[in-house]
Structure formats: C-alpha cells, structure tokens
Ligand binder design. Structure first.
Ligand code: RUQ
Ligand code: CUA
Length: 649
C-alpha cells in the first residue's frame, strides 16, 4: 500500500528545469497583436466553479465565465437578476467544483450553440449560451451525490447524460435516506440521469433516471457512428467497500465499464416502466428577454431500476479502478484508463454487440449481465506509462493518453495498440484536449495537456502555484511542445472549436427596445426613486458619462435599496459598472442595453458615494453620485436629481 501512495504522490521533475520547447515553437503560437486566434478553447475551472475562454494557439485568456460560483467582477450570483441561478434544494449554494465542459452537438460534431458543464459537489448541470458566453440555465440533479460523470450530450443533444459519483441510499419517498453507514452494500445505489434538451431553446429537463448498482461511477463517454445509441461509464469501488476506500476499493483486479443503450432506456421510460417518485430539485433559468433568472422547484422524478430493464445495461470487466473512458471517432474503439492498471484496455463495440448476442456472460450483478472481458476486448496497449487518466483522438488513427504518475502524454495506434511516441509534460497531467477530439471528426492539429502540478515551471508565488496547460503540436509524427500557459484554478476537461464557428454569432450588445426587464427605464426622463414601505427602488440609467439620477436623498437606515440600472448604450464593448460605498455586496456590471439590479442595505448614516466602476470614457471618473442616508425615523423626504433643474417629488 505504501508503494501505491508513493506512486500517486510522485511527479517527474524536468531534468534541465529548462524549456522543453523547440526552436520554431514561438512562431507557431505567435498571434500578432490585433490578430485573432485560430480556436476558442473552454477550460473548466475546477474548484473555482467557472469556465475560462482561451485563444489557441496563443494561450491568451479571453474571458472568465462564472457558472456555479459567484463572481464579483460582474456581480454574477450577487445581482438580484442572477442570484436565483445558484438556488438549490439545499438553499443558495455560491460555489461548486466544475469539471467537464461539453459542447452541444449536431450529427456528432460540435454545433457551437451551447456549452454544458457539471457541478461535482452539489449535483447540477449548467448550460452556457455561446452567443453571449453567459450561463443561462442550471438544473439540479436529485438522487445524485457528486455529479462527476457528467454531462455527456448524445450526438444530436437528444440527451445530456449525468451520472453520480457517490452511491447513496436513495429513498422511494424521495431524497437521500438517513441510515447507518454500515449498510453501504445493501442500501446504497448509483443513479444516472437522462436530461432532455429542447432542440430550439436548449432548455433542460430530467426525462428519467436509471438506478444502478451501488458502485462509484467516474466518467462517461457517448458512442458515435455505429455505437451512437450507447453511453459508457467507468466504475470503481465495485467491491462496495464502505470505508477505507483507498485500500478496500482497490482490491478487485477489474472493475466495470457500464454500457447503457440510451435508446432502449428511453423506450422503457416511455412505455411506463419508470416509476415516479417524490424528489425536490431546482431548475433555474435566465430569461432571454428580461435577463432575470427564476427558479422553479420540481417535485417528482421518474426512475427506472436497471434490474427491471433487460437489454438496457451491461457490465464489461475492465482493469483496474478505471477513470476515463473515451470512444474513438469511428465509434468502434472504447479505451479505458485504469488508474491502477498496467495496460490500457481497448474494448471493441462490435465485439460487445457479438458478446451480447451470444450471451457470453460470466456473471450477473443485480440482474445485470457481466460480459466476458476477453470477448469484448480489442487489444491492450502494453507499457504505456503510469497512471493513465484520459484519452483523446486526432482523427488520423492515433490516440493520446495522459499519464498522471509518469507525467507524460503517450501516443499510440488505435488499431495496433503500439506506442508510437511519448512526450513529458510538467507535471502530473489530468485531462487532455484535442479540439473536437471527442467528436467524429477531430481537428487534430493541437493537443492541450492540463497539468495539476507546476513546481518549478513559473516564477514561485508562495505555497500556492498555478495549475498549467501545455500546448503540443500533434500535426507530425512526433509531438512537439509549443507553449506553457497558466490556468485559472484547476482545469479538468476542456473543449475547443475553430473560431469561425462562434465569432460571427457573438452578440455585441443587447437591443434596448427588446429589453423586457420589469424595472428597465429606457430614457432618462423615466428615471425615478420610489418608496414602498422600507423598500426603496432607484430606477437609474447609465450612459457616457453620467448616472441618472446622480443625487438621491430620503434613504433611511432600515431601508433596503434596489438600484435598477439600465445601460442605455447601444454600442459594442461599453458596459458600465455600478458600486456603492460600504455595500455588503459586489458591484454589478451592466452590458449595453440590459438592466441589472444591485441590492444595498445601508448600515451607516451619512452621505454615501456611488460610481461607475468600468473606465468607460474620458469622463468616467465623473460618472459618480451621492446617496444620503438618514437615521431611522428622520423626516428627510425622497428627493433625486441630475443637474438642473432639480427633480423633486
Ligand atoms: S476528471 S483530471 Cu473530473 Cu479526470 Cu479531472
Ligand atoms: Cu460608465 Cu465608467
């Protein structure tokens, strides 16, 4: 056991500590000032709960997109409009651990419409609209605990599939039971959710869930081409150990890849095989016209029991505590990365179908047939490296697997299973990205390695060092290191698409005449301050270079003030920001044409400045004003103005 621990703690240092890039690398990643990158890459932010947009090949950070975590820079999760996005059945959850971005698909290819992502901690799936690069929907997943094998869109977004990582005791009356932890083996179950996606608007809805044996489920990947109807999951802790999993979940030589035919599952659900059980989960949607998020609480979910659905699910023995499972572009080869395995097993889809037809079963678990390893296997990659985690494909018959322990990328042939090349990465690589590498036609020019540990690669910054990505040229026979770039928090998976797929569609500003926010004011003459009990609403506008009104009196301690700020600009790249001194809240950043609301509960009497936070014009510093806060019960009336004449009321 000590050996195992040492192996996982290890990481290979660079021999020279110097650059591993070759002479012509600089010209391959150089994007001259003013020029655009070739690709957009979307990297997950891990425990930062966001996704970031990078330009490839330059590695330039273009945008941070908050998803499951509050983001002070633009007020996401702080503004009244966005708070509801983070509502869950547990209450307001301001943070999560985001692992796997996945682009929506049409005919097995990224279609550039949406980006889905999972929350690993409090189970949720989010959808980002790639016209605005904004999170527009978050769906909570009930009966799940650690939504890690998620989200996997099928080839035409028929379903986004989300599997639980932890098994939990799921109650027939809804929710997770309060029972003794020694009942793991008998009472705990996993769940896999099949989320329907509206083909036009993208809205998600849980169609049904499948309750599966009480293992841990790790990652998933959808089939392609001939295997399009299938989705594959890795499992670990098939020992069903309830404690000391580091050892007890590593006893079996093989765990399983779970193969589920989602079409068969959908058919069972449709035919009424699914039972509806109580559940409580939130569905949060940002309205396109008002830009206001609202939450709906769902009360039931339909579940199928795997054991009651013959022909839907099979178990494929696979060494050993497998992590990533990745289907090649043809849909025939399913390579599996066993963290503790000495080989990379590659399963064959057509062998699997034959084995099912021949009833080549060696066992049954919870009524689910276990196929014979040798019957499904296509081949094994020998001596690939240590600690394989994830594989991507280049579309030219090659696979690339990340080796966490031996800190390298290994390239191998998907038909001969021969290792062709290897390149060290710095250090302890997790996921890899080849743009389109999980689709039927990869854009096989670059590979991005996302590394957990950087040690000596950058200037030291105290105990905490950045995680890092490395860009590798895979266009030739030999992989070539091109670039290191630091990442925001911990990237797990990532996706990338050619820039042309998105850049023309990118929204430049919101049209004011389409703004249906209930508190929008579209001209300065409509701005006003209204009191309703101890609620004060300021209907404010922002345009270069003033806020209207800029002076407000008549606020009292005990009031809750809402600044509804409409940005009147109708031009690209002119947000205004809004912040108030001493406000126990973030700022809000208002895009041209939209309305955003900042809540302020004053805690002190006196004159309180507010101002625009985004340097928007030469007179940005003049874009400021005052709110006067009087004592509770004082008789200061509501009064507000901009310039002359005074506007009183
Ligand atoms: S999982 S490397 Cu979510 Cu591999 Cu991160
Ligand atoms: Cu508006 Cu600065």
């Amino acid at each position: 056991m000590a050996g195992l621990l040492a192996m996982f703690g290890a990481c290979k240092q660079s021999e020279t500590g110097a650059s591993a890039a070759e002479g012509d690398a600089a010209s391959k990643v150089y994007v001259a000032p003013g020029n655009h990158d070739e690709l957009y890459a979307f990297l997950s932010g891990g425990y930062n709960g966001q996704m970031s947009v990078y330009g490839i090949p330059s590695g330039r950070l273009l945008k941070v997109m908050p998803v499951f975590s509050q983001y002070a820079e633009n007020g996401y999760g702080y503004s009244e409009e966005s708070k509801a996005m983070l509502n869950t059945s547990f209450g307001f959850v301001p943070w999560d651990d985001l692992h796997h971005p996945k682009l929506s698909r049409t005919d097995g290819m990224a279609d550039g419409r949406w980006l889905f992502a999972n929350a690993n901690n409090t189970p949720r799936v989010a959808r980002v609209d790639l016209k605005t690069f904004k999170t527009v929907e978050i769906l909570e997943i009930p009966n799940s605990a650690g939504n890690h094998c998620s989200p996997y869109p099928t080839n035409n977004n028929e379903y986004v599939i989300a599997g639980t990582r932890f098994s939990v005791p799921i109650s027939n009356d809804g929710g997770i039971q309060d029972i003794g932890l020694d009942q793991y083996k008998d009472k705990f179950r996993g769940s896999i959710s099949f989320i329907k996606v509206d083909p036009e608007h993208g809205e998600m809805e849980i169609d049904f869930q499948v309750l599966v044996p009480g293992f841990d489920y790790d990652l998933a990947n959808g089939g392609k081409g001939p295997s399009s109807d299938w989705v594959f999951f890795t499992t670990y802790n098939t020992e069903q150990a309830g404690t000391l999993k580091e050892r007890n979940a590593s006893l079996n030589d093989k765990d399983f890849v779970v193969a589920i035919n989602w079409k068969v599952a959908a058919e069972y659900a449709k035919q009424g095989k699914a039972r509806e059980i109580p559940a409580e989960y939130y569905h949060n949607v940002l309205d396109e016209k008002t830009h206001v998020a609202t939450s709906e609480v769902k009360k039931t979910v339909k579940v199928l029991l795997a054991e009651e659905c013959p022909g839907m699910m099979y178990l494929i023995p696979t060494p050993k505590s497998p992590h990533g499972v990745d289907v090649d572009p043809s849909g025939e080869f399913i390579s599996v990365s066993g963290k503790l395995a000495s080989v990379i097993p590659v399963h064959s889809y057509s062998n699997m179908i034959k084995a099912i037809e021949n009833k080549d079963f060696i066992d049954e678990i919870n009524g689910i047939p276990v196929l014979k390893y040798e019957s499904v296997l296509a081949g094994e990659v020998q001596e690939a490296g240590l600690g394989p985690l994830h594989t991507e494909y280049d579309g030219r018959g090659n696979a690339y697997t990340s080796m966490f322990v031996s800190s390298e990328i290994v390239k191998w042939d998907i038909k001969t299973f021969k290792v062709l090349d290897r390149i060290p990465v710095y250090y302890s690589v997790g996921h890899l990205l080849i743009p389109g590498g999980d689709t039927k036609e990869p854009y096989g020019k670059y590979l991005v390695a996302m590394n957990k540990i950087t040690k000596d690669r950058y200037l030291p910054t105290g105990p905490e060092l950045t995680h890092s990505a490395q860009l590798i040229d895979i266009s030739g026979d030999k992989m070539k290191m091109l670039l290191d770039f630091p990442t925001l928090a911990e990237p797990h998976y990532a996706q990338a698409v050619p820039a042309d797929l998105l850049k023309e569609k990118s929204v430049k500003f919101y049209r004011l005449d389409e703004n249906e926010h209930p508190h929008a004011v579209k001209k300065e003459s409509d701005t006003r301050v209204e009191r309703d009990g101890n609620i004060v609403r300021v209907y404010m506008t922002a345009i270069r270079s003033h806020l209207t009104p800029d002076n407000i009196e008549g606020i009292h301690l005990g009031d809750t003030v809402y600044f509804h700020v409409t940005n009147l600009e109708q031009d690209w790249d002119v947000p205004h920001g809004f912040a108030v001194m001493g406000n126990q809240n973030a700022e809000t950043l208002i895009m041209p044409g939209e309305t955003q609301t900042l809540q302020w509960i004053p805690t002190k009497t006196g004159v309180t400045p507010f101002y625009c936070t985004d340097f928007c014009s030469a007179l940005h510093q003049e874009m400021q004003g005052y709110a006067r806060v009087s004592a509770k019960g004082a008789n200061t009336p509501i009064k507000y103005w901009l310039g002359e004449p005074k506007k009183n009321n």
